[in-house]
Ligand binder design. Structure first.
Ligand SMILES: Nc1ncnc2c1ncn2[C@@H]1O[C@H](COP(=O)(O)OP(=O)(O)O)[C@@H](O)[C@H]1O
Ligand SMILES: [Mg+2]
Length: 273
C-alpha cells in the first residue's frame, strides 16, 4: 500500500509514574469507548513484567509477547479479541527480563508491527509504572501521551517526575492529563491546576486537561467480575466520565497528521534508549 493511502492511526500511551492509579482500567475502557465510536482499537499491554489487562477483561490468551521474542509466534498470533470488538496484544506476567527490553527485543517488536496487516484506527499502549526505559520508550514512540494521576500527593509527584524525565531527556512537551479517583469535578480541576502550575513554572510546558474520573465502587466491582466497567455498569459515574473523555479524544485534532503505524515505528526507533 502506498504511504499516502495508509490510514491514519493514532497511537496513545497511557502512563503515570505511580502504580495503581488506574492506567489499565482507563486504557481498557477508553478502548471500548473508542470502539463504540466505530474505531478499530488495538490495546497493547506494555506492562511487560506484570501484565493484567487480560485478567481485567478475562481474556483467554494462549500466547503472549514472550512467544514473540523467542520466535515461536508472530504478532498476529498473539492478538486476541476482547469485549466489543477491541483487539488486545497481551503481555506476560512474572517475566522479570521483560521489564527492560533489550535492543534485540525492541527491534523484533518494530519488525512485527511493521508487517502487521492492520486496519486499526487507534493503538492504545498501557505502560507499566515507574520511570523505566521501557516506559520512556513507549511514551516516545506514541504520538500522544496521557498521564494518569490521582489526587494523592505521591501520585502527583510521580506524574510530574515522569513528565520531567520525558521533557529533559527527550524534549517531550505535549502531555494530556487525566485525573482519576477524585471526589468530584472540582478536585479533578484542582489537581490538574496544581500539576500544570508546576510544569509551567519549572519546565515551561503547558499541560492539556482531558478530564477526571470519580472514585466509583463500580470500577473495583467490575474488576472483580473481570469485566470492563463501561460494559458492566454503563450508567455509573465512571462510565459517564470515560465516555466524555473518549469523546474529547476522538473529536480532538490529531496534531500528528502523518500518524501511520510507520510513524509509530519511527518513534520506536527514535526512542531507542
Ligand atoms: N475511578 C476509580 N474508582 C475506584 N477504584 C478505582 C478507580 N480507578 C481504578 N480503581 C481501582 O484501582 C486499582 C488499580 O487500578 P489499575 O487500573 O490496575 O491501575 P494501574 O494500571 O495504574 O496499576 C484497581 O483495583 C481498580 O479497581
Ligand atoms: Mg496496570
Amino acid at each position: 500500500m502506498d504511504i499516502a493511502e495508509r490510514k491514519t492511526i493514532r497511537t496513545i500511551a497511557v502512563a503515570s509514574g505511580k502504580g495503581g492509579v488506574g492506567k489499565t482500567n482507563i486504557t481498557a475502557n477508553l478502548a471500548i469507548g473508542l470502539s463504540r465510536m466505530n474505531n478499530r482499537v488495538l490495546v497493547f499491554d506494555a506492562d511487560l513484567g506484570l501484565s493484567n489487562i487480560d485478567v481485567i477483561l478475562n481474556l483467554a490468551n494462549k500466547y503472549n509477547i514472550n512467544h514473540l521474542f523467542n520466535g515461536e509466534k508472530q504478532l498476529k498470533d498473539l492478538i486476541v479479541e476482547g469485549p466489543e470488538g477491541i483487539l488486545v496484544l497481551p503481555a506476560s506476567s512474572g517475566i522479570q527480563e521483560l521489564t527492560e527490553l533489550d535492543e534485540f527485543q525492541r527491534l523484533r517488536l518494530i519488525e512485527e508491527f511493521e508487517s502487521y496487516d492492520n486496519g486499526i484506527d487507534y493503538l492504545l499502549i498501557d505502560t507499566s509504572s515507574g520511570i523505566s526505559s521501557n516506559v520512556a520508550f513507549f511514551c516516545m514512540a506514541a504520538q500522544e501521551i496521557v498521564i494518569v494521576t490521582s489526587a494523592e500527593p505521591t501520585a502527583m509527584t510521580d506524574a510530574y517526575a515522569l513528565m520531567k524525565v520525558l521533557f529533559t531527556k527527550y524534549q517531550e512537551k505535549n502531555f494530556k492529563v487525566l485525573v482519576n479517583s477524585v471526589k468530584n469535578e472540582r478536585e479533578g480541576t484542582d489537581v490538574f491546576r496544581r500539576l500544570s502550575t508546576a510544569a509551567e513554572r519549572f519546565l515551561s510546558i503547558s499541560l492539556d486537561y482531558i478530564g477526571f474520573i470519580p472514585l466509583d465502587s463500580s470500577v473495583p466491582n467490575a474488576v472483580r467480575q473481570q469485566r470492563a466497567f463501561l460494559d458492566m455498569y454503563p450508567d455509573c459515574e465512571a462510565s459517564k466520565s470515560i465516555l466524555k473523555i473518549t469523546d474529547r479524544i476522538n473529536s480532538a485534532e490529531n496534531n500528528n497528521v502523518k500518524g501511520t503505524l510507520q510513524f509509530f515505528l519511527g518513534g520506536l526507533l527514535k526512542a531507542k534508549c
